[in-house]
Design a protein around this ligand. Structure first.
Ligand code: NDP
Length: 230
């Protein structure tokens, strides 16, 4: 189950799992799912919507969700001085509380199966910080505490929880950044380039696959070295 799997990084993750032969369900907020993928409607800011989406997904699959990729996320960038309470709380509500709601609901079935993988899509910004993104960075760094606490609660039940922290990835979200910010990021990336969504998908699939079974509570950067040391 990939939340926000209708576009961007989430879609690349979903397609990557599907290409590997997995039964993938994406969540989308409106319209129809992308071609070739099954989807359920879900707004991660509403508990009822999350619960309904998981129930529908489990019916479609005929079994509980084994791998959750909590990918849905938003930005509402502005300098802290100008940031409204709503700018701050709405980003937390989607990026952090939304991931919590999905992880909590997914864990029900995972506990019954005594296996599961929870992968939270954070950002290099969570630990690196970024001017104009106090709300976003706070939401993304909190995912580390979420994953590590899930690991301590559920690690003994065959469930892992990890964070993937992408750097600068070419998607609609980053297309909105100013040219100045793009240049600034590029100058700090040892790899000297931005990443593709597929490169994030590779790390997610590794954590979800057989080789990732003993990795939990980890933060896996996919950032070309941008945030290293943090
Ligand atoms: P996009 O803006 O392209 O896609 C965001 C996805 O999240 C969309 O599917 C969107 O649905 C969904 N979404 C937003 N709000 C909600 C909600 N309330 N309920 C359900 N779904 C929701 O973003 P990216 O693909 O770039 O980013 C994906 C994730 O990766 C995010 O968590 C982002 O923070 C993170 N990330 C991105 C980076 C980048 O460089 N792009 C870098 C680091 C992290 P809809 O289509 O309906 O709007």
């Amino acid at each position: 189950m990939v939340t926000g799997g209708n576009r961007g990084i989430g879609l690349a993750i979903a397609r990557s799992f599907a290409a590997a032969g997995a039964d993938v369900i994406i969540t989308h907020r409106s319209g129809t799912p992308p071609e070739g993928l099954r989807g359920v409607l879900c707004d991660v800011t509403e508990t009822e919507s999350v619960d309904r989406a998981f129930t529908e997904a489990e019916e479609l699959l005929g079994r509980p969700i084994e791998v959750l990729v909590a990918n849905a996320g938003i930005t509402k960038d502005t300098l802290m001085m100008r940031m409204s309470d709503d700018d701050f709380s709405s980003v937390l509500e989607t990026n952090l509380t939304g991931a919590f709601r999905c992880a909590r609901r997914a864990s029900k079935g995972m506990m019954r199966m005594r296996k599961g993988r929870i992968i939270l899509i954070s950002s290099v910004v969570g630990l690196y910080g970024s001017p104009g993104q106090t709300n976003y960075a706070a939401s993304k760094s909190a995912l580390v505490g979420l994953a590590r606490s899930i690991t301590r609660e559920l690690g003994g039940r065959g469930i892992t929880a990890n964070v993937v922290a992408p750097g600068f990835i070419e998607t609609e979200m980053t297309a909105e950044l100013s040219d100045d910010l793009r240049k600034q990021y590029l100058s700090g990336i040892p790899a000297g380039r931005f990443a593709t969504p597929e490169e994030v998908a590779g790390a997610v699939r590794f954590l979800a696959g057989p080789d990732g079974g003993y990795i939990s509570g980890a933060v896996i950067p996919v950032d070309g070295g941008l945030g290293m040391g943090h």
